[in-house]
Design a protein around this ligand. Sequence first.
Ligand code: C2E
Ligand code: MG
Ligand code: MG
Length: 593
Amino acid sequence: MVQSAVQDRSVQEIVYPDSRQCFLMAEDDPADAELFSGMLSQAFDNRYSVMCVDRFEKIADALDRGSFQALILDMNLPDRSGIENVHTIGQQYPHLPIVVLTGDDESYSAIDSLQSGAQDYLSKNTVTPETLARSVEFAKERKLVEKRLKQALEDAAFRNVQLEAQANHDPLTGLANRAYFQDAAERVLLRAKRKDLRVALLYFDLNGFKKINDSYGHAVGDDLLQQFAERLKSAVRDADFIARIGGDEFVIITDTMQDKEEVYPFIRRLQRQFETGFQLGAHRLRIHPSIGVAFYPDAEDLDLLVKQADCAMYQAKTSSDTTACFYSEHVELQYTRLQKVEQNLRDAIRNNELSAAFQPIVSVTSSKEVQLEALARWHSDLLDEVSPSEFIPIVENSSLLNDIAHSVVGNVAEMYRTALDRGLSVDRVAVNVSAQQLSSANFCQSILEAIQDSDMSPENLTLELTERQSIDNIRTCQSQMEFMRMRGVHIALDDFGSGFSSIGHLLELPLDLLKLDRTLIHKVEDNVRNQALVAGITEMAHRLGIKVIAEGIETEAEMRQSIDLGCDYMQGFLFSKPVPVNEAALYYEMRRH
Ligand code: C2E
Ligand code: MG
Ligand code: MG
């Protein structure tokens, strides 16, 4: 007999089976319901109960309340019939195995049923207990396989998405990587070609990144790259494409900036953002990118566009007064030369091609005081005369800068002896150093060792600190300066009033001298604003016990004005150009008489 078979009773009245084994049968013909339930009981040896409903609308209700092994569904129910029934239930209850039962007169095929979501199909006229039981088991098995298959497909799709993301993105910053950039940029150019648009490529490289990695460790370097990527992301529009294409190299490709005028405000906005510096662990560092910009179709393909933007970036990096540069033919020429300079400089240092020229620094109050600034000189057989303004920025972040400093200090010690031999005792000679050099611990010690074997003593040495790049690690600089001052070395802040010079440094750094940049002194007699600046800075420096040197004096008028404004020392072509030591000695001899 049928266990728990329920017929002609509203579903609400039924006691619903728990998760025990139970089938749900939707069959409006009581005789058929009785028959098929009996078959199931017989086939499964009464291990399963069967619950029957006679309306389509009751199926969902039953399924919501009970737990069933499978649904045996008569396709023709009084309130709703047809293949759609299978589809609706299959959608609503994706884990339920369904066996469809049809009369012979019905035109639904097995295929129709299966395609609509049933797992098996039986004709009422041929069904036996065995075929019904087999069909139900088969439906259950098939549902299980379908479920596993679906899960496997979903997993594979998810893995594909992940793999694709990994292949296209930089894991550190989440930005597109070089390969993806290449693809995306090609598409941007194709679209620009179709629509007759211009495309800007902005190439970024972080100044001093290697140094930060070396001094603070890779974790800090990674943190910086992530923060930098975030700032870039927040600065661009959605349509712009950003990628990290190398260690500290980033690019933006966009058709939303059509020319220089549209790029300028963007760069200014970015630069303002970088003014605030980066908080990296306990350190707050001011780090700026060098930016190179090139345009399509000025560069007719992607390779050239990247090359030109890179070339402009390189130009920006080596230029002392700009952090962004647009590509031009002139830039290209300079780039070629810069590359040659870079390639040859290492050999030049090894072969002692570097020398120093000496420029007198003249005291306003004493004709006896002898001060000189040592300026690196490089005469290359290949490149002729190469100015330090050209080669110093190129090696600013490399170990070559220390080699140059040692070469210059060697020259200085030699000069000191030559001057002595000529009867000229040099009070002080100044050597230019960068903030990075000062903050590396061994540098100062090695400078002191280099003059130890000479006739010079530390009291004869001044270190001129140039703020060509921002002073990142002011604390280390301070302590190194103190270390040198305790040994008698003077410290000067060079080129004040240009580049990154800040009033804050006047207060924070232990200074003896302040050198006013040439741009403040140039035609100062005609420039009321600069007069006010020079007078103000000089007054402030004096109050802090710092002496002031006016740089780049070329005319009598500039000299007179500088003296009137309170400067203590003067330097410039009016007195002497940087010259070999013999000529410098001659200058002071003449000045004495
Ligand atoms: P600086 O230290 O400010 O040196 C002064 C620069 O101005 C020198 O250029 C000098 O020749 C030039 N100058 C001096 N008087 C006048 C003048 O009256 N008119 C004009 N128009 N120019 C004048 P130089 O020798 O080309 O050096 C350029 C810069 O390169 C230096 O600026 C300094 O920052 C850097 N430099 C030179 N030698 C070294 C070095 O050994 N190490 C480092 N780190 N930097 C160096
Ligand atoms: Mg200098
Ligand atoms: Mg200077």
